[in-house]
Design a protein around this ligand. Structure first.
Ligand code: ADP
Length: 490
């Protein structure tokens, strides 16, 4: 698409990005959306923490481009900026070993401080790196939520920051960054600013970073249209629904895409054999290899249901646990790949033990295995209680592995239910958080698999041919960016 004015310059802030570090969907998005937007005529750079767990090969390619001190309340904290251009996108890494030299990414006692530092460092970087010339700062999730607050409270006087418009993008409202109000004085430097502090308080003694971003940002976005509506409801809003309702005219939902080059059964080198719509024979080879690898009975006629994702309550695992016996009795195979809450991990380890060659649980984070599972499965089960967007169902469809999903958030926006009369559809859906309803629909899907191979193939083809690329979403993103800068005609 031709952009008439100059290219809009966007700084995309995220706590994770593929291929450097990923714990979930946000990493995929930050690793692929900026490239797609640049392709469509924007100029997007990414800023993220320089974790010590970033693979060495990338760390060696980074160049030190700036260093400065970040004011955090009464302290000044060192910050280096390293730069790496990856697949045409400039990535800036915020370096401070005290905060980011850890074994993992999140879950440390000082996360409130680590990510307040990251947010402040973003504002400083906008000043110290003249090449950035930021028009729009897009902050993703709570880890950089304080940046729009800091920008307005501390940096309005700076020429580099004055015209920066801010967007806050919600990938999951469950994680808000809530901390004891001591941070106002010790870290945020906002204890003497009652107006700002008032926007951050969420109860008598706690402040909430995401709440700050929702109130301070010029626009709010989220990762699917349905989730944008759900966020305004008490059931899904996690206490923020009132703010979402109040700001609904500035809120929009844009369905995520996936990296269709990285996730492509026709070229994927991590799977047993490549296949594509119309040439599906090799998918059977992938299934056979997966059954063998996971110790499942090698049988083409047994529907192989895969689940790939975090093992947390959000993902509707209670329904699967409840329905497990019924599904096993019907001869379904289930393979789970994930890590998460201990009780969920234990439950699936138990099923693995109890159901022998019909059930397998791999408690691990294993990207290569996830590719083999997307390729080797027949069905992907995703009965989420809520799902802002969900990438697994889109990846599965690209691999001809048909999703069975609950109608919520991005699952509802990306899976078209199979209609046996018209033949339309890319998967199967159920409405309520009810294990029997889930099992009924999953077994309906199996029935089609068992008895109507022609229909199954047709749904697979429709799923695989759906456009899940980022170019579909890029136009909406550009609309949002240019909408904040009408002077930069598109
Ligand atoms: P969420 O962001 O809620 O974790 P998504 O479906 O949006 O869920 O994205 C999850 C991404 O992480 C997908 O790319 C999925 O394949 C990947 N993933 C999740 N758990 C694992 C795991 N244990 N091993 C490999 N990949 C995983």
């Amino acid at each position: 698409m031709a952009v008439q004015g100059r290219k809009i310059k966007v700084l995309f802030a995220s706590a994770e990005a593929v291929p450097f570090v990923k714990t979930g969907g946000l990493g995929d998005v930050a690793g692929s959306l900026p490239r797609a937007l640049n392709h469509e005529g924007a100029d997007v750079s990414v800023i993220m923490p320089k974790y010590s767990i970033i693979p060495q090969e990338y760390q060696e390619q980074m160049k030190h481009v700036a260093e400065f001190y970040v004011p955090l309340a009464w302290r000044s904290v060192y910050c280096g900026i390293e730069k790496l251009t990856y697949q045409g996108v400039n990535f800036y890494f915020v370096d401070n070993e005290g905060y980011f030299k850890r074994d993992g990414v999140y879950g440390y006692f000082d996360d409130g401080e680590r990510y307040a530092f990251f947010s402040k460092a973003i504002c400083e970087a906008i000043q110290y790196l003249p090449e950035l010339q930021v028009d729009v700062l897009e902050c993703n999730d709570w880890q950089c939520a304080m940046a729009p607050v800091f920008l307005r409270e501390f940096y309005q006087g700076s020429a580099a920051c004055r015209n920066v418009k801010t967007i806050f993008t919600v990938h999951n409202v469950k994680f808000q960054g809530q901390f004891g109000d001591k941070v106002l004085n010790d870290i945020l430097g906002l204890a003497d600013n009652p107006t700002a502090a008032g926007q951050l308080y969420c109860d008598a003694t706690s402040v909430n970073y995401m709440q700050g971003a929702l109130l301070y940002s010029d626009a709010i976005s989220t990762v699917s249209p349905s989730y944008a509506s759900e966020l305004q409801m008490p059931f899904y809003g996690e206490g923020m629904d009132g703010i979402f309702r109040r700001r609904s005219s500035s809120l929009r939902g844009i369905l995520n895409g996936i990296d269709v080059d990285a996730w492509n059964p026709a070229t994927d080198s991590m799977i047993e054999a490549n296949y594509e719509p119309g040439k599906m024979k090799n998918k059977a080879k992938c299934k056979e290899a997966l059954q063998r690898e996971l110790g499942l009975a090698v049988d083409a006629e047994k529907p192989l249901v895969v689940m790939i994702g975090r093992l947390t309550n959000q993902k509707g695992l209670g329904l699967v646990r409840y329905a497990m016996n019924r599904l096993m009795e019907r001869g379904v195979q289930i393979a789970v790949l994930g890590t998460g809450d201990k009780d969920q991990e234990d439950a699936f380890k138990y099923f693995d033990w109890a159901y022998g060659d019909q059930m397998c649980a791999k408690i691990a984070f294993d990207n290569a295995l996830s590719h083999r599972m997307y390729a080797g499965g027949d069905i992907l089960l995703m009965p989420s209680e809520f799902e802002p967007c969900g990438l697994s169902q889109m990846i599965a469809m690209r691999y001809g592995t048909l999703p069975v999903v609950r109608e919520t958030g991005g699952l509802q926006d990306s899976v078209i239910p199979y209609n046996q009369y018209t033949g339309e559809g890319t998967g199967f859906r159920f409405a309520n958080m009810n294990a029997d309803e889930m099992a009924n629909v999953l077994l309906d899907a199996c029935e089609v698999f068992w008895t109507d191979k022609k229909a199954w193939k047709r749904i697979q083809k429709q799923a695989m041919e759906t456009d899940f690329s980022w170019s579909r979403a890029a136009d909406d993103y550009l609309d949002m960016y240019y909408g904040l800068h009408p002077e930069l005609a598109r």
